[in-house]
Design a protein around this ligand. Structure first.
Ligand code: UT7
Length: 322
């Protein structure tokens, strides 16, 4: 048996922040952001009650309803995030409590923007091993709280949001997958946690904000994602033309179009939402998948190739039949 996605959901904060709004509070412009990234606007949390948990739960409820699955039927919940409300407990345990998913094991995955794919691959492995049959995976981020709002080179890029998928064991679904990591690249995209702090160590360091070497990440993304797609198709014995849609991590429109060009495929095969969501890290692929499902662009049997990259460095990809 393999993992099959049977329902999707998403949640974006109500507040929309346009490039023009950002230009009013920092030295940037709509022209710069749009031409370098394709981003026009992003959604950001704007109240105490809009949290990583609240967005995850809303996306999860939508996905469960779309799948026609009750929370009590879930035997696994995985949340992919780097911006949980708590260091402990795991966001997945809090989602479980909110949903009343009393039979599920729940834990988080930290693989940055590749997190949703790591979660999907993990569920597929559990299903292949016969351990679990029905799972909920969520990619969710409130990145706005770890951004340095005085660093225009990073803060204009990201947005908040959540995307979820319900997965069931089925004869057909996941066709092939891959994931990988390279800790040697850990310093190009990084956000430090609390530093050592006990009665014997004095430190005045407060938690850091997100730092990114954009150009290094850009080069890595184009090379690694193209490679992942080619390896996965080869593994499955399929041609790129057989794929209905390539759903790539929504970091930058220029990264996505470079990959399409390298694969000699038309841009129509690469739907995007980076223009109105910005980069929502672990949430970007499931939000895009949910948008496409809601726009009725998917038919049973369609082939989807999901692929992402992120801090770690990490990368992941999944080829599946809808
Ligand atoms: O999921 C995480 C994955 N992250 C990514 O995928 C990010 C990948 N990288 C990128 O998307 C691009 O590298 C960026 C969009 C982040 C930057 O684009 P770039 O073409 O690499 O620009 P740059 O960093 O080389 O900066 C060019 C210029 C600099 O000015 P000078 O030194 O040439 O005078 C920057 O100071 O643009 C300036 N700049 C800005 N100007 C206006 C940087 N940020 C801004 C800004 N507004 N927001």
């Amino acid at each position: 048996m393999r993992a099959k996605i049977i329902g999707t959901g998403s949640c974006l904060p109500e507040k929309i922040v346009t490039n023009e709004t950002l230009s009013a509070i920092m030295d940037t412009s709509d022209q710069w952001i749009r031409s370098r990234t394709g981003i026009r606007e992003r959604h950001l949390v704007s109240s105490e009650t809009e949290t990583t948990l609240s967005m995850a739960v809303q996306a999860a409820r939508e996905a469960l309803s779309d799948a026609d699955i009750l929370p009590q039927q879930l035997d696994l919940i995985i949340v992919a995030t780097v911006s949980s409300d708590y260091i402990t407990p795991a966001a997945a345990c809090l989602v479980q409590k909110e949903l009343g998913a009393c039979h599920a094991a729940a834990f988080d995955i930290n693989a940055a923007c590749s997190g949703f794919l790591f979660a999907l691959n993990t569920v597929d492995a559990y299903i292949q091993a016969g351990i679990y049959q029905t799972a909920l995976i969520i990619g969710v981020e409130t990145l706005s709280k770890i951004l340095d709002w005085s660093d225009r080179s990073t803060c204009v890029l990201f947005g908040d949001g959540a995307g979820a998928a319900v997965i069931k064991a089925a004869e057909e679904g996941m066709i092939a997958s891959l994931q990988g990591s390279d800790g040697n690249g850990s310093d190009v995209l990084v956000c430090r946690n609390r530093t050592n702090n006990n009665p014997w160590i004095s430190t005045d360091k407060s938690p850091d904000y997100l730092y990114m070497n954009g150009q290094e990440v850009f080069k890595f993304a184009v090379k690694k994602e193209t490679e992942c797609i080619q390896i996965l198709l080869e593994k499955a014995g399929m041609e790129p033309e057989e794929v209905t849609y390539f759903l790539l991590h929504q970091a930058n429109y220029r990264i996505i179009s470079s990959i399409a060009r390298k694969l000699k495929l038309p841009p129509e095969k690469f739907p995007t939402n980076v223009d109105h969501c910005g980069n929502t890290s672990a949430a970007s692929i499931p939000i895009l998948l949910d948008e496409i499902r809601k726009d009725r662009k998917l038919s049973p049997g369609d082939i989807l190739l999901l692929s992402g990259f992120g801090a770690g460095l990490t990368w992941g990809a999944a080829l599946l039949r809808w």
